[in-house]
Design a protein around this ligand. Structure first.
Ligand code: SIN
Length: 489
């Protein structure tokens, strides 16, 4: 086991149910592996449907009590949790780097990013206002109140193991919901570490439950079919999202789905390359390209095509890939060897169809999970990199001639999460922003994420929004109270 975890009170290998750290009923565990080294860093409780059902029962036992607390009390506890996470962000970042692979600075940044949602919703939770609607008759008054949806099942991904959990737990808890969450089996340690701090911050037993396990279908089926669970929130692939939505139909659960993306980044001839190049680097290579909002297809207009590629290449070749704990490493491994093989096959397909490698293009000698930061030029729509999420550090560059053509290409996908474009023309800024069928559009900017924005997609990229004042709605029911008989004296 890794020495980095020695003496860390955050290093937990058991699930967290009803305020207790517990083993799987079977006693079985699964291995968590450092993708940079291949070392097994933890053996975590391998739970299934029975433990999930118990976690739901534990949540049910405290749901009413948690919802009945004054919002201020709930929010004060969230504030304490936020501060505790920030105070310990370095140690939490180390755990994340070792289980997920991202460089330590990026991991610490993610811990703070996740915590920012807790702070935001600790504030927002005090502002869940109702409404009074003028009635069409004199003897009635219509009041609207907001109430927590109830028990939430949350399923979170491995690419942002801390932030994606925090941005589901924070609005849920602030709204008065309690949660049973399943962190990704590749990266459960960051989630478990957050639970240690939640407990210390005074979040009561049963309000947050973490079910760890490899058997995602068993845990997912229990969460989606159990009638006590009123909502499912999921970040992950569109394929699994569709499955969960089907399963939720049986008990008509609310769902929030943050699913796959196929983000276009469009660079017009009039773009300022001094900002477009850093924008492309950040959007494409953050987290080694394993981000739902990564620019998947980079469209560059004829007039600046060659210059853009040359300048991007010279920056990409400065990257240093390796173990994210090492000084100077800018990019870590992919999550698994299978992920690296998947990226390789998409590059291979592009090359077979006439694309040209500008830099990188292959798996790396650093280890089985690594893939070289790559640029491929002369990409065309028949390639897999046009249709599929790459989820790796590969930038395919497509050439385009005019605005109409590129908007059509950008929208030619079933996905609709994020899109970016660079232009100095203000009229085009409005035209293209409105024409892109995406939930989030960055204009001359790719670093769009923060707790204050409504993060979410259109089309098959999902439904619901996380963060911002809109993010609270996903965890609230709207109830009408119609008071009648008021004309009586
Ligand atoms: C994601 O990849 O799903 C999250 C990215 C972000 O929050 O910026």
């Amino acid at each position: 086991m890794s020495v980095i975890f020695e003496n860390s009170r955050f290093f937990r290998q058991q699930g967290y149910i009803n305020g207790q750290w517990v083993d799987a009923d079977s006693g079985n565990t699964f291995d968590v592996t450092n993708p940079a080294t291949g070392e097994v860093i933890a053996r975590v409780a391998d739970m299934g449907a029975a433990e999930t059902a118990r976690a739901i029962d534990a949540a049910e036992a405290v749901q009413a009590e948690w919802a009945a607390l004054p919002a201020r009390t709930r929010c004060n506890r969230l504030e304490r949790w936020y501060q505790a996470i920030l105070d310990n962000r370095k140690e939490l970042g180390q755990i994340m780097t070792v289980e997920q692979g991202k460089p330590i600075a990026e991991a610490i940044g993610e811990v703070a990013y996740g915590a920012s949602y807790i702070k935001w919703f600790a504030e927002e939770g005090k502002r869940v206002y109702g409404d009074i609607i003028p009635a069409p008759m004199t003897d009635k008054r219509n009041l609207v109140i907001k109430q927590p949806v109830g028990i939430v099942g949350a399923i979170t991904p491995w690419n942002f193991p801390s932030a994606m959990l925090a941005r589901k737990l924070a609005p849920a808890l602030a709204a008065g919901c309690v949660v049973v969450a399943k962190p990704a089996a590749e990266t459960p340690l960051s989630a478990l570490a957050l639970a240690v701090l939640a407990e210390e911050a005074g979040i009561p037993a049963g309000v947050i439950n973490l079910v760890t396990g490899m058997d995602a279908p068993a845990i997912g089926s229990e969460l989606t079919s159990n009638p006590k669970v009123r909502k499912i929130t999921f970040t992950g692939s569109t394929r699994v999202g569709k499955l969960l939505m089907e399963q939720c139909a049986g008990t008509i659960k609310r769902t929030s789905m943050e699913l796959g993306g196929n983000a276009p980044m469009i660079v017009f001839d009039d773009a300022d390359l001094d900002i477009a190049i850093p924008g492309a680097l950040a959007a494409k290579y953050r987290n080694s390209g394993q981000t739902c909002i990564c620019s998947n297809r980079i469209f560059v207009q004829d007039g600046i095509y060659d210059e853009f590629i040359e300048r991007l290449k010279s920056e990409v070749e400065k990257f240093s890939i390796g173990n994210g704990l090492e000084e100077g490493v800018t990019h870590g491994p992919l999550i698994t060897e299978a992920a690296a093989l998947g990226v390789e096959s998409k590059v291979q397909d592009a090359l077979e169809q006439g694309a040209r490698v500008v830099t990188g293009g292959a798996r790396s000698e650093n280890g089985p999970c690594f893939f070289q930061p790559t640029i491929i030029a002369d990409a065309v729509p028949s390639m897999r990199v046009f249709r599929e999420e790459i989820f790796g550090p590969v930038a395919p560059i497509f050439r385009f001639g005019n605005e109409e053509e590129v908007v059509e290409l950008a929208n030619n996908t079933e996905f609709g999460l994020a899109a970016y474009f660079y232009t100095e023309n203000m009229n085009r800024m409005w035209r293209v922003s409105e024409a892109l069928e995406y939930g989030m559009v960055g204009v001359n900017e790719t670093a769009i994420s923060s707790e204050v924005i409504p993060f979410g997609g259109m089309k098959e990229s999902g439904q619901g929004r996380e963060g911002s004042r809109y993010g609270m709605d996903d965890y609230l029911e709207t109830k009408l109270i119609c008071v009648g008989g008021l004309d009586r004296k």
